[in-house]
Write a protein of this length. Structure first.
Length: 137
């Protein structure tokens, strides 16, 4: 039955035109879909396709992890994202908290930030101006 319906749609220029222009995520209603709707299965499938909720935090890296690293990394992301447009930076950026000097690893888009630095827009600006723009030239 289903194959006959598929053949009918593909052979009829008007139906094929409609089928080819279905919006993304929309399904052609055939007997299989109609029976799924009658059984309530279509609703369960549609709910599975909903977008997942936004992450509650950004991933980050650290050496010799400290209890406050996760919170500090989240604050760094906020500061870095806020100043990135000033430098026309549109790429991905990852935060690595560590003991040592600041450093930008362009191959991996990792910003190595001294754990002792306070996350702020001013420090994020300093990191971009001395590390990112310096290495990308």
């Amino acid at each position: 039955m289903r194959y006959a319906e598929i053949a009918e749609v593909l052979a009829d220029p008007d139906k094929k035109f409609q089928y080819d222009r279905l919006p993304e995520g929309k399904a052609w209603i055939d007997s299989r879909i109609r029976s799924m709707i009658d059984d309530g299965a279509a609703v369960r499938i549609a709910k599975k396709r909903e977008k997942p909720s936004a992450p509650r935090h950004y991933d980050w890296f650290s050496t010799s992890c400290s209890d406050s690293d996760m919170l500090v990394a989240q604050q760094w992301y906020g500061a870095l994202v806020a100043v990135a447009p000033i430098f026309s930076f549109t790429g991905m950026i990852k935060v690595l908290l560590h003991e040592g000097d600041p450093r930008w690893l362009p191959q991996a888009n990792i910003m190595m930030i001294p754990r002792s630095w306070e996350p702020s827009s001013a420090n994020a600006f300093a990191l971009f101006s001395t590390q990112v723009t310096h290495t990308n030239k």
